[in-house]
Write a protein that binds this ligand. Structure first.
Ligand SMILES: N[C@@H](CC(=O)c1ccccc1NC=O)C(=O)O
Length: 258
């Protein structure tokens, strides 16, 4: 059974029973994706007096404390609070809608003279502005970088100078009102850039004309079976009052409902 979703005056349809999960799980231990020198996720059983928060250890319930680093441990969504000192710049305040029309685009990063691998504006632009979906401008862009190795699920990125975006691409997305950017990389910016974070600044237009509702979601993984095209995106986050939260972006194939 299809549900309808109106967008730009058109009745699109999607199947609520056919979610495509593009998040990575936040599991404990060293086998998970990691970047920016984050400690691995850790779950700790809570003990209070004779109570033990582990059914396996004889307790009545599981009750654990979680240590995690949103920017370093897995799929996460961030707002402009990532690069701002403003106390109100928290994701729970910035992200107030959770369904968006999204375009999934696959793109190959290009080696630069200095050895960096960079996703270029011209490659993304050519994809976005061509094909059957080019006439419908989305609210969100999901970038799948090629090659799409499954090792993206477990890669240890720290110190490897991972692929990042050309700042002009972030500028283009802001100028074209793409509010939500999702990608399978640790960051839109170079791992070590002396704190410039050029693409972050360009995407949020911070501080000159800050796009306070815009978000960036990093460390997603889009399986090969999911084809480039139009989707309904459900961007789920926790209500952490922080610049970033672990997140669970879900895609639903979007059909022309006419
Ligand atoms: N490239 C920045 C560091 C940076 O971007 C960063 C550092 C810690 C956690 C997350 C970061 N960026 C994520 O997008 C720098 O060199 O100062």
């Amino acid at each position: 059974m299809l549900a309808t979703y109106p967008y730009q005056g058109r009745p699109f349809a999607f199947d609520p029973a056919a979610p495509l999960d593009i998040s990575l799980p936040l599991a404990p231990g060293a086998g998970q994706v990691n970047c920016f020198w984050a400690e691995p996720v850790k779950f700790e059983v809570i003990r209070v007096g004779s109570f033990v928060g582990s059914v396996a250890q004889g307790g009545s319930t599981n009750y654990q404390r979680v240590h995690l680093t949103p920017h370093g441990n897995g799929t996460h969504t961030e707002c402009y609070g990532h690069i701002s000192a403003e106390p109100q710049a928290t994701l729970d305040r910035c992200l107030r809608r959770f369904l968006f029309v999204a375009r999934l685009v696959s793109v190959q990063a290009r080696p630069q003279p200095n050895g960096d691998e960079v996703v270029l504006l011209e490659d993304v632009r050519r994809e976005l502005e061509s094909g059957p979906d080019a006439n419908l401008w989305p609210e969100a862009l999901v970038l799948r970088t090629l090659p799409n190795h499954k090792s993206k699920r477990t890669r240890q990125y720290s110190g490897t100078n991972p692929t990042y975006l050309e700042p002009a691409l972030a500028e283009y997305l802001a100028a074209h009102h793409i509010e939500h950017l999702l990608l399978d990389l640790p960051s839109v910016d170079r791992e070590e850039d002396g704190g410039q974070l050029l693409a972050h600044h360009a995407f949020w237009q911070y501080p000159a004309a800050t796009r306070t509702a815009a978000t960036i979601t990093e460390l997603i993984f889009v399986p090969d079976e999911v084809e480039d095209g139009l989707y309904l995106l459900n961007l789920q986050v926790t209500s952490l009052a922080l610049d970033a939260s672990p997140s669970k972006p879900i895609l639903y194939a979007l059909y022309d409902g006419r």
